[in-house]
Design a protein around this ligand. Structure first.
Ligand code: PHB
Length: 388
């Protein structure tokens, strides 16, 4: 058994854990990150790709971040319904933008920068328990890649360990949290084709929702609403293109070979509490949002900006008020993002049991957004992100 001592033990080398270690290092607070996955696995997992302006500004402080060079700035999105596109002009409405930069690319930048900065990251270390939340010496117990037992003793433990979080059990006990399931999922594809549009298209059609996103000049990412039980291997390429084209009526999509397909089930979740004594949970360990609002990684970053500040006060000045107030401050933003993600989802998808009334009301809702500066401004403000 090996014992390691650090100030902050961070479980999870995803966006939340890595950004937290970056912010803590900037304040002179050392940390150890543990993740059950290998570096290769973390860097190759395909996730969504929209970064809020505040997230990009924060990543500007990470040496070598390519968010602004490899990523591309988007000054608006298109909302499409009844066969017509309506641009939501972020620049004109709120003077802000988002960046399309896939999460795994951001993770590559973060891992490289943290390792270069001397960060201790234990890849392949599976944490099975977080203990001592109510003491001054919380710890995590892990099995390392080579089968050894590792204890990391710290002044504070942070669970940034995703939706199957181990640390959440120590923080929330049996109280879980607040859930919402949805009667649909997304069928996602990556294909070799030129972009079908310069900006993202969020399209509502009588057949259901589709999202046209991009990756590079030659690779595109697209999604369409499907049954949560759908089999990603079942439809042929021709059937997928037929579904996508029908879901974006009036806008021809550039087709090409599909080289990856997946079904993303979605749900909304907020943990019953985010802190307990000297432990906290952040990112997907604390909440999950459906992907329609593009909030996942941004919300994780917002959590750790607040937490880093609170930990700086606690660990450098012995002032616990930041940690004590963390739940209330973080949850205010989390519930706003939950609302926005739920709203975009319900406004754009067609529920399997939708009545004619529901369908016509939904079109009325979409008209209210695109036909009103107030309505469009709310969407632009929430999508580009409330200031951190
Ligand atoms: C993506 O490009 O993967 C993407 C973009 C916007 C979303 C979700 C996913 O809302």
């Amino acid at each position: 058994m090996t014992t390691v001592r650090t100030r902050v033990a961070i479980v999870g080398a995803g966006p939340a854990g890595l950004v937290l270690s970056h912010l803590l290092a900037g304040a002179g607070i050392d940390s150890v990150i543990l993740d059950s996955r290998s570096r290769e696995e973390i860097e190759s997992t395909i996730r969504a790709g929209i970064l809020e302006q505040g997230t990009v500004e924060l990543l500007d402080g990470v040496p070598g971040s390519r968010a602004r060079t490899v990523g591309s700035r988007h000054d608006g999105i298109e909302l499409r319904f009844s066969g017509e596109g309506h641009r939501i002009d972020f620049a004109a409405l709120v003077g802000r933008a988002v960046w399309l930069y896939p999460q795994h690319e951001a993770l590559r930048d973060l891992i490289a920068a943290r390792l270069e900065g001397g960060q201790d990251i234990r890849f392949g270390a599976r944490v099975h328990e977080a203990v001592g939340a109510d003491s001054d010496t919380p710890a995590v117990v892990a099995t390392t890649a080579d089968g050894g037992e590792l204890h990391v003793e710290a002044d504070f433990v942070v669970g940034a360990d995703g939706s199957h979080s181990v640390v959440r059990r120590a923080v929330c006990g049996s109280h879980g949290g607040y859930f919402r399931e949805y009667p649909f999922a997304w069928f996602g594809i990556l294909c070799e084709a030129p972009p079908s549009a310069h900006e993202l298209i969020y399209s509502n059609s009588p057949d259901g929702f589709a999202l046209i996103s991009q990756r590079t000049p030659t690779v595109q990412r697209m999604y369409f609403q499907c049954d949560p039980e759908a089999d990603a291997t079942a439809p042929s390429d021709a059937e997928i293109w037929d579904t996508l084209q029908r879901r974006v009526p009036g806008h021809a999509l550039a087709e090409g070979p599909i080289f990856q397909r997946d079904v993303l089930r979605f749900r909304s979740f907020v943990a019953s509490r985010l802190t307990r004594g000297r432990m906290a949970i952040v990112g997907d360990a604390a909440h999950t949002v459906p992907p329609t609002g593009a909030k996942g990684m941004n919300l994780a970053v917002a959590d750790v900006v607040l937490l880093a500040d609170a930990l700086e006060s606690l660990l450098l000045r012995g002032d616990a008020t930041g940690v004590e107030g963390f739940d209330v401050r973080a949850l205010t933003r989390i519930w706003k993002a939950q609302h926005f993600s739920w709203w975009m989802t319900s406004m754009l998808h067609v529920a399997p049991d939708a009545s004619a009334f529901d369908r016509l009301r939904q079109l009325g809702e979409l008209e209210s957004v695109v036909g009103s500066t107030a309505g469009s401004t709310y969407l632009a403000e929430a999508y580009t992100g409330w200031p951190l």
